[in-house]
Design a protein around this ligand. Structure first.
Ligand code: BGC
Length: 675
């Protein structure tokens, strides 16, 4: 990266040397079979060829959010982003981003298509696993950390899918219809943070429409908001085949039409000829692409030349360590009756392990499907890891694959404790029909629970599921899609070698109907699922449960620990326009443990905001009897609502209540501040 010449200056110098055809070639991709390292086109999502005459390197684009994907071999399968968010640990997320970026670079990939920051509005969304949950503040923090990590390498991160993509039903044609305030307060903040705080190099516009305008053709959201208001000078790339008209998209703010489009080149060239596409517009588009390439070091740090890069193993033990830590930290303990966990059986006891994901840690169980799918041939199965760990404690493990409830019950009946692994299978392109566990797994869990009172359910799911058997089991652990360290992580958590450090980044509902988007007009949408009506407005996730006083099954922010924490001594201090909140957290149990105290704001009535909104959090690790002081600064923006008269952030004068708790439904300290 040049220290002296600014990326925009370098871009403009290079631009001056480019012909129109040089320029147009930089604005769309070609078939990935042309990529030098591709094995018959496999292993890459997109490819823009180099321009050797002008020394412009190629752009190779790959997903994604859970590790370098698209069929690449030898990369780390990290836990799904929903598990990453459940860590509430931006520091660790940055390490994860840095590891993914490094692996991408080793693979000759210079544009990474992630993170996905679409807010979890609909729990049935087939891509729920692929983003950071239902809260804009938490999603922003995770996205910024991830992008910071990725872009420590000469790799461009891509925040997606702008501005909204809340379901997969009719994803190419659905119009997501929402009001200005909802867009600003709920859906845009992670994109804003990615651009402003993390200086992301690329933004991907979404497949669908927003208020009946194609996202990749939206002059207001791409042009006015992203370009003018946020001053985004990097690449706007289309989702794959999301460009309906290259000239119309170009005029609205799009730069890069992906994955391939001879038509884009022809229509842009014809537009230039006819005077409907100005040379200035083309120059602007090329400048955006080149500026990100210069700024992120693509010219100065080309990927290492190597043979057979597609086959190369680039995952390192350090990367696997990050994957393991994220899996452990993101695992959420939802129920633990009678302190059944951690397992402390004593020697010569038997653990019955049940369920397909326990026996086969294939990619299908450790990650979600679609473009974020990372192959995980070396994933460690829970059965392997639990058997090894149990042997250390001189215990035995038996196994039933869970296809037959009676067989599973028989194995469980003759064991001291039963651990049932259950799954859902989320994938891009399809929403889940409902929130039930598929394939009769509820019956298997019920049969096992009947046979053994010490039954623990481990959920390998990409989002909320219903738990009709909740009262019948002793424990529930949400392990999400845990990535390739699957077995190692869950064995460590179940045996208490690691703390189940996760907290829910998304509310779990009690039924398919007691949730914010229960009307068919909201999801999958009115007019045969062509129009998703966001009638819940800003009441997304826990905001809706609070506003409507609906009981969740498990609330946002919830997660148990193997120890207990006490919060005390809340102090709220105002220095100028900054508000800082201080309190102590004490581990008053007998084990070391992790807690994630959360700070919520309750605005004055005049702001017409939901009853509480997340405005701070901090992950803390504490030894028994240890106390720490947590200090959080409430960002100014958290005090503001989006005013649709002035089209600006506005602070409603009045009393703001400050709520500190261990989840959105367990508030332990209260203070206030006036604004
Ligand atoms: C997905 C994007 C992804 C792209 C390239 C699309 O189907 O929506 O998220 O980056 O494919 O694989």
């Amino acid at each position: 990266m040049s220290k002296t010449v600014r990326p925009t200056v370098r871009a403009s110098k290079l631009l001056a040397a480019m012909s129109t055809s040089d320029k147009l070639a930089l604005l769309t991709g070609v078939d990935t079979t042309a990529a030098p390292y591709a094995d018959g086109g496999a292993g890459y999502a997109g490819y823009v060829p180099p321009n050797p005459r002008l020394c412009i390197p190629a752009l190779t684009l790959n997903d994604g959010p859970a590790g370098v994907a698209d069929g690449q071999l030898g990369t780390t399968a990290f836990p799904a982003p929903i598990a990453q968010a459940a860590t509430w640990d931006p520091g660790l997320e940055q390490s994860l981003g840095a590891a993914i970026g490094w692996e991408a670079w080793q693979k000759g990939i210079d544009v990474l298509l992630g993170p996905n920051v679409n807010i979890a509005r609909v729990p049935e969304n087939g891509r729920n696993f692929e983003a950071f949950g239902e809260d804009p503040f938490l999603s922003s923090a995770m996205a910024v950390a991830d992008i910071d990590g990725i872009q420590q390498n000469p790799v461009i991160a891509t925040v997606k899918h702008y501005p909204v993509n809340s379901e997969e039903t009719n994803r190419y044609s659905i119009s997501e219809n929402l009001d200005e305030r909802t867009l600003r307060e709920i859906y845009l903040p992670p994109f804003v943070a990615a651009v402003k705080d993390a200086k992301v190099g690329a933004v991907m516009c979404a497949y669908g429409l927003v208020n009946i305008v194609y996202s990749c053709q939206d002059a207001n959201l791409m042009g006015t908001v992203l370009r003018k208001e946020l001053r985004f000078g990097g690449i706007v790339v289309s989702d794959w085949n999301a460009t309906r008209s290259a000239p119309a998209s170009a005029a609205a703010g799009l730069d890069l039409v992906m994955p391939t489009s001879a038509n884009a080149v022809t229509t842009l060239a014809a537009g230039i000829e006819a005077g409907t596409v100005t040379p200035q517009l083309i120059d602007q588009m090329v400048t955006h692409v080149l500026t990100s390439m210069f700024r992120l070091g693509l010219f100065d740090h080309p990927p290492p030349p190597r043979q057979n890069v597609y086959l190369a193993h680039v995952s390192t033990p350090a990367d696997e360590g990050v994957a393991l830590q994220v899996a452990e930290e993101g695992t959420v303990l939802l129920k633990n009756a009678g302190n059944t966990l951690p397992l402390h059986l004593g020697a010569h006891k038997t653990i019955a392990v049940v369920g397909a994901p326990a026996g086969a840690a294939t990619s299908a169980f450790v990650g979600g499907g679609g473009s974020a799918y990372v192959t995980a041939p070396n994933a460690i199965t829970p059965l392997q890891a639990l058997t090894t760990r149990a042997a250390k404690a001189k215990d035995d493990v038996t196994y039933a694959d869970g296809t037959d409830p009676a067989a599973a019950a028989a194995v469980a009946a003759s064991a001291d404790v039963a651990v049932v692994f259950a799954y859902d299978q989320e994938r891009e392109g399809y929403d889940r029909a409902d929130l039930e566990l598929p394939a009769g797994q509820d019956q298997v869990i019920e049969a096992v629970a009947k046979a053994n009172p010490h039954t623990i359910v481990v959920l390998d799911t990409g989002g909320p599921v219903l738990m009709p058997w909740l009262d019948q089991v002793a424990g529930v652990v949400e392990a999400w899609y845990p990535g390739e360290e699957d077995g190692t992580a869950i064995a460590a958590v179940l045996f208490g070698d690691a703390e189940p450090g996760g907290r829910l980044p998304q509310t779990f509902p009690t039924s398919d109907t007691a949730l914010p988007t229960s009307s068919p007009d909201q999801w999958p949408g009115a007019d045969d699922a062509q129009d998703a009506i966001f009638s819940e407005g800003i009441d997304v996730g826990y905001r809706w449960y609070d506003a409507t006083k609906t009981a969740p099954l498990f609330p946002f922010g919830f997660g148990l620990s193997y120890t207990r924490f006490r919060y005390r001594h809340l102090k709220v201090k105002t220095v100028g326009s900054n508000v800082t909140v201080k309190f102590t957290v004490e581990n008053d149990g007998r084990r070391a443990g992790t807690d994630v105290p959360q700070l919520y704001l309750d605005d004055p009535a005049a702001a017409h905001e939901p009853p509480k909104q997340l405005a701070g959090f901090q992950r803390v690790d504490l030894q028994p009897d240890e106390t720490t002081t947590v200090m959080l600064t409430i960002p100014k923006r958290s005090f503001a609502y989006w005013n649709t008269t002035t089209h600006a952030w506005t602070v409603a004068p009045g009393l703001y209540r400050i709520l500190v708790g261990s989840s959105s439904r367990d508030i332990r300290l209260r203070g206030f501040v006036r604004r």
